[in-house]
Ligand binder design. Structure first.
Ligand SMILES: NC(=O)c1ccc[n+]([C@@H]2O[C@H](COP(=O)([O-])OP(=O)(O)OC[C@H]3O[C@@H](n4cnc5c(N)ncnc54)[C@H](O)[C@@H]3O)[C@@H](O)[C@H]2O)c1
Length: 286
């Protein structure tokens, strides 16, 4: 690590993911100071109190910029552009900037603002919980970490970010920002959208006679765990990945219509066949 990391590391957005990164770095022997900056003073106080970071601030002017060698953005993706504009005013010319945001075509915007030192990354790890108080030191171990370089991304900064995640035990994979957003639009963003809609359906169908939330079955609870996720984070993801999320929702509606039609028409054998094909696909996943 030492050949790449010459100074302190700053995490912008000290929540669940950023806090877990700081803890993991400490656990895996990162021997430089780890700092945090967050718009919420409670997150900074808590991060310091719990020993997650060595120091932290809410204002950019308070950060000891001459020490900072790497910056990782760990706030909701909708904040990245304004953060990049702030960073531009302060960071040194060789400082690496990376992120752990859930959408990746924003890499192009970041590159325009910060240059080729920006390296887009997305750890495929997380939970519905948010906040530094829930952060854990082994979140990224054995998990996929997708790096999404562009044709311009600087090779030194790329290697440095790869080294960091490998050190934490993540399995690094490369793909284009477009492919990333297509894949995760379907396998992650769609299930979150559906889970939010499913909980909403119980709200819509509850009435004076019955509150459906008094009868959550195990299936409902399993299926909708992710609907308890942070609303700001998910608003930003849906909007940043708008086209692919809408395409996934469109296809989901098509599949639901097939199911609806088979139920409506009472086509017993066809309905069983349809369910059987899907059930096999799901069983093979495990
Ligand atoms: N939670 C997951 O499962 C998961 C998985 C992969 C990637 N991500 C990505 O990680 C990032 C953070 O997610 P999280 O789960 O840690 O969220 P979180 O809500 O736990 O933490 C986000 C933190 O960012 C801070 N913040 C908000 N706006 C800011 C700003 N302008 N400047 C500085 N700080 C700001 C908040 O105060 C909060 O402390 C998001 O971009 C998300 O897309 C999350």
């Amino acid at each position: 690590m030492e050949e790449f990391f010459k100074g302190s590391l700053l995490i912008v957005g000290l929540g669940f993911m950023g806090g877990s990164l700081a803890k993991a770095l400490k656990k895996h022997g990162f021997n430089k100071p780890i700092y945090g900056i967050d718009i919420n003073p409670k997150a900074v106080q808590l991060g310091k109190k719990l020993g997650v970071i060595d120091n932290g601030w809410t204002a950019y002017k308070e950060v000891p910029w001459e020490e900072i060698d790497t910056v990782i953005l760990a706030s909701p993706v909708g904040t990245f552009e304004s953060i990049a504009k702030q960073l531009k005013e302060h960071i040194g010319k060789d400082t690496t900037v990376s992120d752990l945001g859930s959408t990746k075509r924003l890499v192009y915007k970041m590159e325009k603002l910060l240059g080729t030192r920006f390296v887009g990354a997305h750890p495929i790890a997380g939970t519905e919980k948010s906040g530094v108080e829930h952060s854990i030191d082994n979140l990224y171990e054995g998990k996929k970490l997708i790096i999404t370089p562009t044709e311009n991304t600087d090779k030194f900064h790329l290697k440095k970010v790869e080294r960091l995640w490998k050190q934490l035990g993540a399995n690094v994979e490369y793909m284009s920002p477009e492919l990333h957003d297509y894949i995760f639009g379907v396998v992650s963003h769609l299930p979150h959208a559906v889970a939010f809609a499913l909980v909403d359906t119980l709200r819509i169908m509850s009435n004076e006679e019955v509150n459906l939330f008094n009868y959550p079955g195990a299936g409902f609870k399993d299926f909708t765990r992710i609907a308890a996720s942070d609303p700001t984070m998910w608003r930003d993801i849906f909007l940043e990945n708008k086209d692919y999320v809408l395409e996934a929702i469109e296809n989901f509606k098509r599949s639901l219509s097939t199911l609806e039609q088979l139920i409506k028409e009472g086509k017993k054998e066809e309905l069983r066949k349809f369910l059987n094909e899907i059930s096999l696909l799901r069983r093979n996943l495990d």
